[in-house]
Design a protein around this ligand. Sequence first.
Ligand SMILES: C[S@@+](CC[C@H](N)C(=O)[O-])C[C@H]1O[C@@H](n2cnc3c(N)ncnc32)[C@H](O)[C@@H]1O
Length: 300
Amino acid sequence: MVEEVLEVLEGAREGVILDGTLGGGGHAKAMLGRWPRCRILGVDRDPEAVREARRRLEPFAERVRILEMRFDKAVDDARMRNEVLKGAFLDLGVSSWQLDADHRGFAFRETLPLDMRMGGEGDGMTAADLLNQAEEAELARVFQEYGEEPRARRLAREVTRRRRSRPFRTSDDLVAVLGAVLRRSPSAREKARVFQSLRIAVNQELSVLGHTLPRLRDLLRPGGVLAVIAYHSLEDRLVKDSFREWSRDCVCPPGLPVCACRGVALGAPLFRGPRRPAPPEVARNPRARSALLRAWRKAE
Ligand SMILES: C[S@@+](CC[C@H](N)C(=O)[O-])C[C@H]1O[C@@H](n2cnc3c(N)ncnc32)[C@H](O)[C@@H]1O
C-alpha cells in the first residue's frame, strides 16, 4: 500500500517521519525518493532487516537515521530527546522476506526451526521455548486469544502431553499436534492461525503496540499524522479504538454531571474505517490481502 501511505503522509513531506517498522525500507525509500525535504528516522528490531534497509537507503544516507531496536524503545528514547515528528508510520507484523527466510522459522513449511523472534538471536524466548516451557493455561490463552483457535484448550493439552517425552523443535512438531487434535491434515489456514498466535506471543506484539500508540501521538507536532497498517484483527482493533478515543471531545465516564476530562478532541481520523489494498496489489502480493490502513491527524 505504498501509494496509499504516501497519500496520507503527504502533509509530513517536509519534516521528520518515524518509520517504526523499516523492514527492507520499501516505504521509506518511496518517501525519500518522492519528497526531497523529508527526513526519516527508521527503526526495526530485526538486524537482518536493518542491514538490508541500510543498503537500500544508502543513496539517501544524509536524510536517514536507522536504529536497530524495538519501536516502543525508539519512541521512548525520542521522547527523552524531546523530538517532534511530522509523521509516523507503522507497518506491523512480519515482512515477506522474514516469512520466506527458513532459518527465522516464522512459517509452517516443513521442518523449520520454531524460532519466530523478530529480533533474531538473543531476542528473548523462541517459539519452541514457549511451547516447551509455558503453562498449559497460558498456551491455551495464546491459541485462543491471538489465533481465535476453537480447539485452543485441546491443543494446549496435547502440547504439554507431548513435550513430556520429546521437546518441540521444528514446525513439523507443531503441525503434528494440530493434526492429532483435528484427526486429519490441517489446512494452510488452520496452520497459519496457530503459527501466527505463537509469533504474536513470542514478540509481545500487542503489548508493544499498546504502549507505543499514545506515546507516538504525543511526539507528533500539531497537524502531524500517524498511519498504521495492521494485518491482525486484534492489532487493528487496538489502532481503531485508540484513534476513536483520541478523537472524542469528552471521555468522561457516563453520568458525570459536568465534564471533568480534557473536554476537547486531540485530533481526528483522516478517513472513516480502514483502507484496504486495491485488487491488483492483492493479485501481485496475496499476503497483502489482510492489510488494513488507518490514519489519524493531530489537532492544530
Ligand atoms: C511488514 S514489515 C515492514 C515492511 C516495510 N514497510 C517495507 O516497506 O519494507 C514489518 C517489519 O517490522 C518489524 N517490526 C515488527 N514489530 C516491530 C517492533 N516492535 N519494533 C521494531 N520493528 C518491528 C519487523 O522486523 C519487520 O521487519
